[in-house]
Design a protein around this ligand. Structure first.
Ligand code: C6P
Length: 422
């Protein structure tokens, strides 16, 4: 057996203006041990962990003021409504949207995109039209459009990308020039490659042809500041569980004029103005798109997560994670037979890779025994795997609480994997 490389001794707070020890102390789960080893949680792109501030906000809602929203005249309902609508204002400010009417709460990114495909797509897209997406989309930004195309007779067009994982913008422009495109759907930060796409330029190119754009922001919002007015996108979708908030809540930002023109996605309570058996009129935005009782405490928890993240500052988060990614990438590149999948110049927060002769699931399983949680699989982006001719990759993804020491534990464990299969 060849000797393992020596670990660097990087102090926990080496890399940025962050007090990482304090940040980590706010996450109870990070004190857990798995298989007798300290947990090194590097599966943040799948779902991040939550700080105590978020756990407390949810617990406080249920233990002191929970009631159904928008309905009751009693104090608990009023307090819950105020907190719920307060969270909507926090999301508005976080995205710099013009109005709270442009913020729709859904269950997750997937539902946000399905809402647009069903409501906007269903009313605008006809046979012969085209929807443009990219080759690096998550299934959530592929399948709803395929379903729409099947229903309407429209066609799905796909922007290819280079071996490095960068979109080929000339091809994008060529697809836009068909004159038949009704909507562009593009992922801001690829969950399988880490590529940060030039969405602002892509939106400008689409708008020059009168085409609206939906941005899948599931992976981007925890890592970089997003300003929907500056981007000028028509729709922006993300999930709470990837941004330190609870699971079960998603956000759809949409430009008000478009949302007003769109038919409701689902019918039921809370989305109506007047119901008779002859006819129903719908509530104003945003309620028109929020049928039924939502996950009230979780929406409030999302608000707490945004407060928590804002207090750290997304610029500091981005700087820290960038340093971490650069360091990890350099150390991974020292491992013979390790192939990085996704080497775009503009990249964030994750490293996707294969190791020669070793299935990614074996990598994931061995790492788990070392206390290191990563994801192995196709990451719900099978076309990306097909593009590189691999069945799956191993993926280490970072959050603000990760440290250089943890990157070292990952790398050391990967050397161990290599030796086991030598
Ligand atoms: N990606 C991952 O491990 P939901 O499940 O609706 O919260 O998010 C869907 C989604 C949409 N777009 C992108 C770019 C995503 O990364 C995800 C979720 C997770 O990569 C789970 S598959």
């Amino acid at each position: 057996m060849s000797a393992l490389p020596a670990l660097s001794t990087v102090p926990i707070d080496r890399c940025a203006d962050l007090d990482l020890a304090r940040i980590r102390a706010e996450f109870p789960i990070l004190r857990q041990r798995v298989h007798g080893k300290p947990l090194v949680y590097l599966d943040n792109a799948a779902s991040v962990q939550r700080p105590k501030a978020v756990i407390d906000a949810i617990s406080d809602c249920y233990s002191s003021y929970y009631g159904n929203i928008h309905r009751g005249v009693h104090l608990l309902s009023e307090r819950s409504t105020t907190a719920y609508e307060g969270a909507r204002e926090k999301v508005r400010a976080f995205l710099n949207a013009a109005s709270v009417q442009e913020i729709i709460f859904t269950r997750n990114t997937t539902e946000s995109i399905n809402l647009v495909a069903s409501s906007f797509g269903g009313s605008v897209v006809k046979a012969g039209d085209e929807i443009v997406i990219t080759g690096m989309e998550h299934h959530s930004n592929i399948v709803p459009w395929q379903m729409l195309c099947e229903r309407t007779g429209a066609a799905l067009k796909v922007v290819p990308f280079t071996d490095a994982g960068e979109l080929i913008l000339e091809e994008y422009e060529r697809l836009l020039d068909s004159g038949r495109v009704k909507l562009v759907g593009v992922v801001h930060l690829s969950n399988a490659l880490g590529t940060l796409n030039p969405v602002k330029a892509m939106i400008e190119m689409a708008h020059a042809r009168g085409v609206p754009v939906l941005v899948d922001g599931a992976q981007s919002v925890p890592h970089l500041a997003v300003d929907v007015r500056e981007l000028d996108c028509e729709f922006y979708a993300f999930s709470s569980h990837k941004i330190y908030g609870p699971a079960g809540v998603g956000v759809l930002y949409g430009k008000k004029a478009l949302l007003e023109a769109m038919p409701p996605y689902q019918g039921g309570g809370d989305m109506i103005s007047l119901v008779t058996f002859e006819k129903t009129t719908y509530a104003d935005l945003p309620n028109k798109f929020e049928a039924g009782t939502p996950s009230i405490a979780d929406v409030i928890g999302l608000g707490a997560a945004l407060d928590w993240l804002n207090a750290i500052g997304l610029d500091a988060v981005a700087a820290h994670e960038h340093a971490l990614l650069e360091y990890t990438t350099a150390r991974l590149s020292e491992i013979p037979g390790l192939r990085l999948i996704g080497t775009a110049r503009d990249k964030a927060a994750l490293a996707s890779f294969t190791m020669q002769g070793i299935h990614p699931h074996d990598i994931g399983t061995i790492l788990d025994r070392e206390g290191v949680a990563i994801r192995a699989g196709h990451h719900c982006a099978q076309p990306v795997m097909q593009r590189y001719g691999v069945p799956a990759t191993a993926r280490a993804s970072f959050a603000v609480y990760n440290t250089h020491d943890e990157a070292d534990v990952l790398v050391k464990a990967l050397w161990k994997v290599k030796e086991l299969f030598a």
